[in-house]
Ligand binder design. Structure first.
Ligand code: 7TS
Length: 421
């Protein structure tokens, strides 16, 4: 565990409040300046920054442990295998999965969802069958289903949302039918911050015998996920949204389902035997991990989980919620500002437009002030269509953001309005 994280936790316990300034000091990149101003990083929903503990864990792996995994008897190969498989156990514990057989390392959320689309959905789909998603999805939870529907003759159905950006649960339920072969939904929307009622979604789908995939990319760093409590069948997330490295993520799958699924990529590591007549598959989870995996990424991800759990995920969540409330209240004072996504249960995402200023111009002006926000469609074009906007500006908060960051954001937005007034 990171010492600084432990210190921050102790401080939080002592004061009754999460010490974000201390957490911030764990992230070296946040000490840099951008355009001559101290950086205010409000783009963690796109990719969070890495604490020193993660950078050090990756560095330690690269410096002392690296060799290829699973194939060697030599010391380094065994050390690398231990580090990699140890990281899998760390992820299992984080998600409260029953077994490491259920934890498959992927490049990220996108690859995890594609794995389920190709390996679970594709063999189960026939013309007339349906996959049900919601209107809130990131493209990563839309396009793989469109591709698999095009290949099988199945149909993609979409459960609608309301003007607050909440799922219309009655309509979602009404769309469940004997034709529905899988429900795939975000746990938390990246464009709006909406937290979906995933337990009710799972219960409603399971009542009809339909499995559920949850896209947890935006959820895991902001309250976490317990796959047994959620009772979902698949859960996907990316390391880089959780203070970990890029190029690593994972798919949780219920063992009984994974066992029945064919591999989706062939190659080394995923086989038990190969002849030119045919091959047999390795056990779970390696059946789904063809080729040399991202070992340093997995080690970094495990360190990121240690770091977050050292801070206390609930304390971080409460801190982010406080920043969101403060930013929301202050933003509403800005004339012409419209918040896109006003769900009653939101993660730390503030999406908005300001009348008369294109979000990209806003992003550029804020960048001049050293304030990093994201502007665009956030890979959720249907959400933009629903709200009849081409793009939004989005500020997202993480453990290392402090009240002063919100103040700088709001001041920069007021300044931007002056420019365009
Ligand atoms: N699902 C959700 C809900 C996401 O927010 C993202 C990335 C993905 C899937 C894809 O994750 P990847 O790691 O495989 O790329 N979201 C964003 C975002 O909001 N801005 O940039 C990336």
């Amino acid at each position: 565990m990171a010492t600084a994280a432990a210190t921050a936790t102790a401080a939080a316990l002592a004061t009754g409040r999460f010490d974000a300034a201390r957490a911030r000091a764990d992230f070296p990149i946040l000490a840099r300046e951008v355009n001559g101003r101290p950086l205010v990083y409000l783009d963690s929903a796109a990719s969070a920054q890495r604490p020193r503990a993660v950078i050090a864990a990756v560095d330690h792996y690269e410096t002392h442990l690296h060799a290829n995994v699973h194939r060697g008897v030599h010391t380094l190969s065994q050390a690398a295998t231990e580090a990699f498989e140890g990281a899998r156990e760390r992820v299992r514990r984080f998600l409260n999965a029953r077994s490491t057989k259920e934890i498959i390392f992927t490049r990220g959320t996108t690859e995890a969802i594609n794995l389920v689309a190709q390996s679970y959905a594709r063999p189960h789909l026939a013309p007339g069958d349906e996959i049900l998603v919601t209107w809130l999805e990131h493209h990563a939870n839309i396009v793989p289903w469109q591709m698999v529907c095009a290949a099988t003759g199945a149909t993609l159905r979409v459960a609608p949302i309301d003007e607050r950006g909440e799922l219309r649960f009655d309509e979602f339920q009404a769309l469940l039918s004997p034709r529905t072969k899988l429900v795939a939904t975000a746990h938390v929307s990246n464009a709006l911050g909406t937290v979906l009622p995933v337990k009710q979604i799972v219960a409603a789908a399971h009542a009809r015998g339909i499995p559920v995939l949850l896209d947890g990319a935006q959820a895991v760093a902001h309250g976490g996920a317990d796959v047994q409590a959620l009772d979902c069948d698949f859960y996907a997330f990316s390391g880089h949204k959780l203070y970990g490295p890029t190029g690593i993520g994972m798919l949780y799958g219920r063992e009984a389902l994974l066992r029945e699924m064919p591999p989706w990529q062939g190659g080394g590591d995923m086989i038990l035997s190969v002849t030119f007549e045919g091959s047999t598959w390795n056990d779970l989870p390696w059946k789904f991990e063809a080729g040399t995996p991202n070992m340093s990424g997995a080690v970094g991800l495990a360190a990121a989980i240690d770091y977050l759990e050292g801070l206390g995920p609930q304390a971080v969540h409460a801190h982010e919620q406080r920043l969101l409330a403060k930013a929301t209240a202050a933003a509403l004072e800005i004339p012409g500002l419209r918040i896109i996504g006003t769900a009653s249960d939101k993660a730390a995402v503030l999406s908005f437009t300001i009348e008369g200023i294109h979000p990209h111009d806003l992003g550029t002006i804020l960048d001049h002030e050293g304030v990093a926000i994201r502007t665009g469609h956030h890979c959720a074009m249907p959400v933009m269509d629903f709200f009849k906007v081409a793009a939004t500006a989005r500020a997202s908060f993480a453990c290392y953001n402090v009240d002063g960051d919100v103040d700088r954001l709001i001041a920069a937005l007021h300044a931007a309005r002056e420019v365009f007034a």
